[in-house]
Design a protein around this ligand. Structure first.
Ligand SMILES: Cc1ncc(C[n+]2csc(CCOP(=O)(O)OP(=O)(O)O)c2C)c(N)n1
Ligand code: SF4
Ligand SMILES: [Mg+2]
Length: 351
């Protein structure tokens, strides 16, 4: 079932992007997820963002763990590199791949069970090390693949389909990402593509540890009254803190962020995030403001979405480790074996 082939025929008039690809070139196999699953909307947003950013599909590596969410890389970017790893182990596999070849764009796709249960430690270390990646958690509050048990992100008091009450406190991945040092932290909703696509584009160009928690309702096991991850509940309680537009390689502009008005935020790579503040109290360049907004709004039963925090001067793992530029498999003998004189100098320095 997972391997339904798509017709390869493309209509000749389809619009091509700057690198010569149509939107269809960014698609994958036909999804076998339940009709209406939020995860499919996230795949569509990834396809849209990659096409609009003129990313060459073969320059992307997509990695995932285990779950319905972790199956989704099969449904987009079929010409990219991919690894469907072990449950919760996507971050360490991705870290290794990134260290070996820093020239690819790394996309980590995971679920709330995959990242907040078995993979919580892995998630934490990828964030604190600044692994340059787009880390997307498709958050439905349940283990969808194994038929709807509460996941650690389920809210206390949330009800299961069969009426059981969740008694445990939730793991809030955006708060954790902020506390651990992620340099781009956002929350989106699979049902709001206008908000989600720019959030993904900004993350793809960020160059550091970019984390997006996407609330993605599971229509089979967590879309009923009493659930806090249903489409209805999320639509009612979604508080967008801001709206971003992503502007590729534009000259830097700065302006004072005024509530309700747009202002531009230059990123280290020359791209620009245009932020429209919707919430008076929120400054997306302040980690503390992000933490406060999340705690305050979530305490009131609301779900803050948008770009919660960005560090425009973010540094990543490769910069911290002073890695050589380029992929390691292209280092030649002179780089790998610097010679006896260098070795002598090194030995002297250690005496
Ligand atoms: C080591 C290991 N433990 C447990 C499982 C069983 N298992 C498969 S998917 C899953 C949870 C998936 O939940 P989530 O990551 O939220 O993805 P969703 O299906 O909700 O998208 C579990 C516990 C497994 N495959 N491997
Ligand atoms: S079980 Fe839930 S998460 Fe899995 S495909 Fe169906 S709706 Fe999506
Ligand atoms: Mg889940």
């Amino acid at each position: 079932m997972t391997y339904i082939a798509k017709p390869v025929l493309h209509h000749p008039t389809l619009t091509k992007n700057k690198v010569g690809y149509t939107r269809r070139d960014y698609e994958g196999r036909i999804s076998t997820l339940c009709a209406g699953c939020g995860h499919d909307s996230i795949s569509a947003a990834i396809i849209q963002a990659s096409w609009e950013l003129d990313i060459e599909p073969h320059r992307v590596a997509k990695l995932s763990g285990i779950g319905c969410s972790s199956k989704t890389p099969d449904y987009f970017l079929s010409a990219s590199h991919g690894l469907n790893s072990v449950h919760g182990r996507m971050p360490s596999c991705l870290t290794g791949a990134s260290l070996a070849n820093r020239e690819l764009l790394y996309l980590g796709v995971s679920g709330d069970g995959d990242s907040a249960s078995i993979g919580l430690g892995q998630f934490a270390h990828a964030m604190r090390r600044g692994v340059p990646m787009v880390y997307i958690v498709e958050n439905n509050g349940v283990y969808g693949l194994t038929k709807g048990q509460f996941s650690p992100t389920a809210d206390k008091g949330s009800q299961s389909k069969k009426g059981a009450m969740n008694i445990d406190s939730p793991v809030d991945l955006v708060s954790l990402a902020l506390q651990l040092g992620a340099t781009y932290v956002a929350r989106g909703f699979s049902g709001d593509k206008a908000q989600l696509v720019p959030l993904i584009k900004g993350a793809m160009r960020h160059g550091g540890a970019a984390f997006i928690d996407v609330i993605s309702p599971c229509v089979a096991f967590n879309n009923h009254a009493g659930s806090t991850r249903s489409y209805d509940h999320v639509r009612e309680h979604n508080i967008a803190l801001n709206r971003i537009d992503f502007i590729d390689l534009a000259p830097e502009q700065t302006a004072a962020p005024a509530p309700g008005q747009a202002f531009d935020l230059a990123q280290a790579d020359g791209t620009t995030l245009r932020l429209r503040k919707l919430h008076e109290g929120h400054d997306a360049t302040s980690r503390l403001a992000a933490m406060t907004a999340i705690q305050t709004l979530q305490g009131q039963g609301e779900l803050p979405t948008g770009l919660l925090y960005v560090d425009p001067q973010a540094r990543n793992l490769h910069q911290q480790l002073k890695m050589v530029p380029g992929a390691l498999n292209r280092l030649d003998e002179s780089a790998l074996c610097p010679g006896a004189a260098q070795l002598d100098r090194l030995n002297q320095a250690l005496r």
